[in-house]
Design a protein around this ligand. Structure first.
Ligand code: GLY
Ligand code: MN
Ligand code: MN
Length: 462
């Protein structure tokens, strides 16, 4: 947790963006039952609440009253019964001081404040509720249906929060360095331990253990698989075999909940085959060249398109694609092999602020989201600014069903040498992902470098 002044300044900066006299309501998360009430999923605080209040506890929310600029923290002191089961916790008074708000009151008093404001037709700004329990609670307080509550969030509040959270301060960047350094240890341990005959779950366990040992946990479900072509593969039941590639996309969240999001792909057999090296070298070039181009004023869409051109040129050099590179990229033929975006913002959330609307985070009035296969999955396209933290994660995948479907449809046959793809149908996929912070003149890696050159990776494997 940062100093109380950090949260105070953030709330002030938020309130300053409003000219009405309504309420800004920022809910924390509650426990979420896994199979019965007291057996819960690991608790994760709401990131917006964390940003403005810093508290990790359940059962709290903030209301900023725009009429007088005062913030109240709502929540309840623990009963003796709770203390018996959970131990002593800071009192509401202590929490109020810790986060620098003007007032505190009980949870029920907070709900009553919302009910009264709704009856008085005061403007109540709230963020999109992504849990149904929150929808029901708000619907009751606002005296409206669940559907109206889901739609009735405040675009102005979303945009105001995005405006603040998009720019990482030095103290946030330091936390992100910590998250990536724990993540680095996860990847190095995986690179050192993967062996033929193991189940993918063995590696997943090692990786998750290091995240927990770092004081936080995984920032998102680990993708650790020999089937790297399945983009969000969360199953870990395959037995790893010699000759295969192992793709690990895993990140820790630090104690303060900032996320790391790193991908490395390495050979199970200690050294890459020539075929694997050929594809790996293209992905690595896309990562290195695109990272080097990042700077304020550069549109991330251009970085994505640069990656697409490098991938297309590389596959053309290998005889897997053909024709004019720029035309292939403009028409989207490369998306057969690179069907996702080059990257996204990262911060308290691995896909930072995605609950507030991807397009408001990654696009602006100059940048419209494409509907083209591949490009439509690009989460960040707008011009970069100092303080943005983002991922760069090019990949090349051989997805048999997609290849078969496009070949049968005769799709992009002027750009794809379908006949040359037969030796790649069991290849899997390669993605390499780093996290970078945009600086005044360029960009820097977040955290210490993690091996990614072919010789470097092989040296860790041996
Ligand atoms: N780990 C998910 C992603 O890279 O976007
Ligand atoms: Mn990732
Ligand atoms: Mn990512």
């Amino acid at each position: 947790m940062f100093a109380s002044s950090t949260y105070h300044h953030r709330r002030q900066a938020l309130a300053q963006q409003f000219s009405d006299h309504g309420l800004l309501v920022l809910f924390g998360n509650e426990e979420s039952p896994m199979n019965y009430t007291d057996n819960t999923y690991p608790f994760r605080q709401d990131s917006n609440f964390l940003y403005f209040a810093g508290l990790e506890d359940t059962g709290h929310f903030l209301i900023i009253d725009l009429a007088n600029g005062k913030t109240t923290l709502y929540g309840d002191d623990l009963s003796l019964d709770h203390i018996v089961w959970m131990g002593n916790q800071p009192s509401m008074e202590e929490k109020q001081a810790r986060i620098g708000v003007e007032l505190h009151a009980t949870y029920e008093q907070g709900l009553e404040t919302i009910r009264k404001a709704a009856k008085a037709k005061q403007t109540i700004h709230y963020l999109p509720p992504y849990r149904e329990e929150r929808v029901s609670l708000l619907a009751e307080c606002l005296g409206q249906t669940a559907a109206a509550t889901r739609q009735g969030f405040s675009e102005q509040l979303c945009r105001a929060v995005i405006q603040l959270r998009s720019y990482k301060t030095n103290e946030e960047a330091a936390e992100m360095d910590k998250a990536v350094n724990i993540t680095r240890a996860m990847h190095l341990a995986a690179m050192r331990s993967v062996a033929a005959g193991q189940r993918e779950s063995t590696v997943a366990g090692i990786v998750e253990g290091i995240a927990i040992g770092g004081g936080g946990r995984l920032a998102y479900p680990c993708i650790g698989t020999i089937n790297g072509h399945i983009l969000h593969n969360h199953h870990h039941s395959n037995v790893i075999q010699d000759g295969q590639l192992y793709l690990l996309d895993a990140g820790a969240s630090s104690i303060s909940q900032y996320a790391g999001d790193i991908t490395r792909t390495f050979p199970v057999s200690k050294t890459f085959t020539d075929q694997q090296k050929d594809i790996y070298a293209i992905v690595l070039k896309a990562l290195v060249d695109c990272s080097a181009a990042l700077r304020p004023g550069y549109a991330y869409l251009d970085a994505h398109l640069q990656a697409a051109r490098i991938i297309t040129q590389g596959l053309k050099d290998l005889g897997l694609m053909k024709g004019d590179v720029d035309a292939a990229v403009a028409e989207g033929a490369h998306a057969l092999f690179f069907p996702h975006g080059l990257g996204h913002m990262i911060g308290l959330d691995v896909h930072d602020m995605e609950d507030l609307n991807e397009n408001w985070v990654g696009y602006d009035e100059h940048t419209q989201r494409s509907t083209q296969f591949g490009l439509k999955s690009l989460r960040l396209a707008k011009q970069l600014e100092a303080g943005f933290a983002l991922t760069v994660e090019p990949g090349i995948y051989f997805i048999p069903t997609l290849i078969e479907r496009w070949q049968a449809e005769g799709k992009f046959k002027d750009f794809v040498n379908y006949d040359a793809l037969a030796p790649f149908l069991n290849f899997g996929g390669i993605r390499i992902e780093d996290n970078l912070l945009i600086t005044e003149n360029g960009a820097r890696l977040i955290g210490d470098a993690i091996p990614k050159g072919i010789a470097e990776v092989e040296a860790v494997r041996l």
